[in-house]
Design a protein around this ligand. Structure first.
Ligand SMILES: Nc1ncnc2c1ncn2[C@@H]1O[C@H](COP(=O)(O)OP(=O)(O)O)[C@@H](O)[C@H]1O
Ligand SMILES: O=C(OP(=O)(O)O)[C@H](O)COP(=O)(O)O
Length: 399
């Protein structure tokens, strides 16, 4: 039996106002949702609540607007996709608190669904501010959290609300926790982690714990640039958080004392412009020009990652190895994803990958169905792997 409350514990919810936290932080390019996995995973919970006659208000964030309304980060652009995926009408309300939100929810019929505007348009969301949480809470009778991929954030809509009203885990949250426990509860060694992507400052700290849990850590993508910089490699104009160089060095020291191999790029793909089909060249690490950007790792690095995949019994992967959305910088991510998929199909690897963009990359490589498990979560999944309590999950635990 789950240690947290689920929808099975919610009783009769007919006519009740349900504040349902979902993660709609999906990849969007040119105003179009390019990967609907996160929407598809929560669709079952939305339908179930609606079919049971609840009035469903969807709470979600999109991007990092830093506490202010940013039109390009409006959830209005996602509402149509949500409606299509769940196969029911979904209204959109341009605020998540106040009179507009109250009116939108009060006017729903039983089974009606409204998507409220980006909670991160208010600074109180990320601060888990008591007044902001109380404003959100005014519009709900019960709270359901189905956003596993945001459960590592102790924000108003992911944690605070659970203390204001009866709180339950949604079906997708339940499934993610069960699937991760099944795939990785007692992982077979060697365990290989691949961490890439662009969210360097929010993910780098957890690497210090991760290196104690895994046998090798491949660092790629934007994350690798900060480590290369910390090792004194000139990386030109590449995405890098130079102030985290000391943290990167500490992680490499921690890895050495935990006998975890750190695998950094050996060669890199460099371009002067970040655009589709930009001219680029593969260079050794000591040849990156001052005006160049590392946008992918090169063939020698791909071969090194694949060798580690061959040695590993278990793979956990978050964050693409390059800027895969922009060709030709998808090569390393696609090649290594296909290699891991082959090993999984051959029965020699348990492979778990997660993260909004990572899942999109696996779909692009055509292998999302070949991994042992694909989580919607990136940072939350890695923190779960570290053994950390996730605030969004802890808040749902039974007393
Ligand atoms: N070398 C790089 N330079 C700039 N951006 C990169 C690089 N490598 C990967 N990225 C970007 O990282 C983003 C994904 O990062 P992140 O959000 O951390 O992953 P996820 O959503 O899977 O958790 C992608 O948009 C990708 O373009
Ligand atoms: O996309 C998300 O996480 P991920 O990039 O770790 O997969 C979640 O929506 C959390 O977003 P955040 O990292 O801006 O808090």
């Amino acid at each position: 039996m789950a240690s947290f409350r689920t929808l099975d514990d919610a009783g009769d919810i007919t006519g009740k106002r349900v504040l349902l936290r979902v993660d709609l932080n999906v990849p969007v390019h040119d105003g179009r949702v390019t990967d609907r996995t996160r929407i598809e995973r929560v669709a079952g919970t939305i339908r179930e609540l609606s079919d049971k006659g609840a009035r469903v208000a969807l709470l979600a964030h999109f991007g990092r607007p830093k506490g202010k309304p940013v039109p390009e980060m409006s959830l209005g652009q996602i509402a149509g996709d949500v409606a299509e995926v769940i196969g029911k009408p979904v209204e959109f309300c341009e605020d998540c608190i106040g009179d507009k939100a109250a009116h939108a929810i009060d006017s729903l019929g039983n089974g009606g669904i409204v998507l409220l505007e980006n909670t991160r348009f208010y600074a109180g969301e990320e601060k888990n501010d008591a007044d902001f949480t109380a404003e959100l809470a005014k519009n709900g009778d019960i709270y359901v959290n189905d956003a596993f991929s945001a459960a590592h954030r102790a924000h108003a809509s992911t944690e605070g609300l659970a203390h204001h009203m009866p709180a339950y885990a949604g079906r997708a949250m339940q499934e993610e926790l069960e699937a991760l426990e099944k795939a990785l509860g007692r992982p077979k060694r060697p365990v290989l982690a691949i961490v890439g992507g662009a969210k360097v400052s929010t993910k780098i700290d957890l690497l210090a714990n991760l290196v104690k849990k895994v046998d090798a850590l491949v660092i790629g993508g934007g994350m690798a640039n900060t480590f290369l910089h910390a090792k004194g490699v000139a990386i030109g104009k590449s995405l890098c958080e130079a102030d985290l160089a000391e943290t990167a060095r500490r992680i490499m020291t921690e890895a050495a004392s935990s006998a975890c191999a750190i695998v950094l790029p050996q060669d890199v793909v460099v371009a002067k412009e970040f655009k589709e089909n930009a001219a680029c060249e593969t260079l050794p690490l000591d040849k990156v020009p001052d005006d160049g950007m590392i946008l992918d790792v090169g063939p020698e690095s791909i071969a090194a990652v694949n060798e580690w995949i061959d040695k590993a019994e278990t793979l956990v992967w978050n964050g693409p190895l390059g800027a895969f959305e922009t060709k030709p910088f998808d090569k390393a991510t696609v090649a290594c994803a296909r290699h891991a998929a082959e090993a999984t199909k051959a029965g020699s690897l348990v492979s778990v990958a997660g993260g909004g963009d990572t899942v999109s990359a696996l779909h692009q490589a055509g292998v999302a169905d070949d991994f042992s498990y694909v989580s919607t979560a990136g940072g939350a999944f890695l923190e779960w792997m570290e053994g950390k309590e996730l605030p969004g999950v802890t808040a749902l635990k039974k007393a």
